[in-house]
Design a protein around this ligand. Structure first.
Ligand SMILES: Cc1cc2nc3c(=O)[nH]c(=O)nc-3n(C[C@H](O)[C@H](O)[C@H](O)COP(=O)(O)O)c2cc1C
Length: 350
């Protein structure tokens, strides 16, 4: 067994990436029961929804699982920027006959805080992972108080060392290929972001803790290659997006299954923070990086009615179509099948 399997109490060195907005407990449970680490993303869940999902996990698996949170600092309200963003989108509101939404739209993604820690302490999840850095030392101590192992994403060697100094049990090295939000948190310069097979050996050489490779890994050969380059395990997101247990929307599923999925970009137009999405009309016309987009997560609200309208007409033109660069692993098969296949090379070599 590798140190990661011992550390997390799992059979296979595979973590199903937490993916806010496209999954709930069902995907996590299926992966846990297949012997890997299933993850519940909580960035978009309020306390009641989180309680329901955690109750479902506890009821349907006895295996270890991961609960994931964002750690961003919510921005100060910026009315001028919000107005500028609505002005940039004005043509679309007119095209669809939609009233621009009010400037008071609440944050759709909340950072880990004391209230969340209260809910979590009722369930004492064995693994907790963070994106965009870590919560305060006090909150981290609360998570550790019930013995949870702590994982966090790093997109540079500097971030990996920062996380290690703060006591994480393993670092997730997130390469540039990865779908969804970049975990970058020690700066905003996207030229610091490198591919998985460049980042992984550098991070593995720099830190003592186990390193989990994320980004562009979609099959057993990719897993074996990551292990060869120093990974103790992998975190895979995109390959699970078409699984029946995922809640991926119909327009998102259609885009993933089409040739459009070959072209992805890092874009801030959906949330205000760089994230990898399939290129659609919104990315093409307003991005991929827009100076007008409000800071994370405030860009979401202005787009919400356009997204809803588009999706009601079967169009993903205004929807975040999160996907990594490597969509070759996306198949409409149960998550247990994807999990076992990812781990195949490892299992066979034992
Ligand atoms: C649809 C989607 C949503 C994601 N949401 C989250 C999230 O909520 N929290 C998180 O830590 N990472 C999130 N990620 C990033 C993953 O943790 C991981 O870095 C990435 O999926 C790995 O690359 P791959 O998609 O090429 O497998 C998301 C990725 C995708 C594809």
């Amino acid at each position: 067994m590798t140190t990661l399997q011992q550390l997390l109490g799992i059979e296979l060195p595979v973590i199903q990436a937490p993916m806010a907005g496209v999954q709930d407990s069902a995907l996590a449970i299926a992966v846990c029961n297949a012997g890997a680490l299933g993850s519940l993303p909580c960035a978009m869940l309020g306390p009641d929804a989180m309680r329901n999902e955690l109750t479902a996990i506890r009821a349907q698996t006895t295996k270890p699982f991961n609960v994931n949170f964002f750690c961003h600092t919510p921005p100060q309200p910026d009315a001028a920027r919000e107005a500028g963003w609505r002005a940039a989108l004005a043509g679309y509101y007119a095209e669809f006959g939609i009233e621009p939404p009010p400037l008071t739209g609440g944050a759709a993604r909340l950072p880990f805080d004391a209230k969340t820690a209260d809910v979590l302490s009722e369930f004492k999840p064995p693994v907790v992972s963070f994106h965009f850095g870590l919560p305060s030392a006090e909150l981290l101590a609360r998570v550790r108080s019930w013995g949870a192992k702590v994982l966090a994403s790093a997109t540079t060697v500097e971030e990996a060392l920062w996380l290690e100094r703060r006591g994480v049990d393993a670092v997730i090295a997130q390469g540039l290929e990865a779908g969804g939000h970049r975990g970058i948190f020690l700066g905003e310069d996207l030229s610091t972001q490198v591919g998985t097979f460049a980042l992984l050996p550098l991070v593995a050489a720099a830190v003592e803790v186990p390193v989990i490779a994320a980004g562009g890994i979609a099959d057993a050969a990719g897993v074996a290659a990551a292990m060869q380059l120093g990974a103790a395990g992998v975190q895979v997101g995109t390959a699970y997006l078409l699984c029946p247990e995922a809640t991926t929307s119909p327009v998102h599923r259609a885009a993933l299954a089409s040739e459009a999925s070959r072209v992805t970009a890092l874009t801030n137009v959906f949330t205000g923070r760089p994230a990898r999405s399939i290129v659609n009309r919104m990315v093409r016309e307003q991005g991929p990086i827009s100076a007008a987009a409000p800071r994370f997560p405030m860009a979401v609200a202005a787009l919400a009615p356009l997204r809803a309208k588009g999706e009601s007409q079967g169009s993903g033109d205004f929807s975040p179509l999160w996907a990594g660069q490597n969509t070759s692993g996306c198949r409409e098969v149960p998550a247990a099948v994807i999990t076992r296949e990812l781990a195949g090379a490892i299992a066979n070599s034992r």
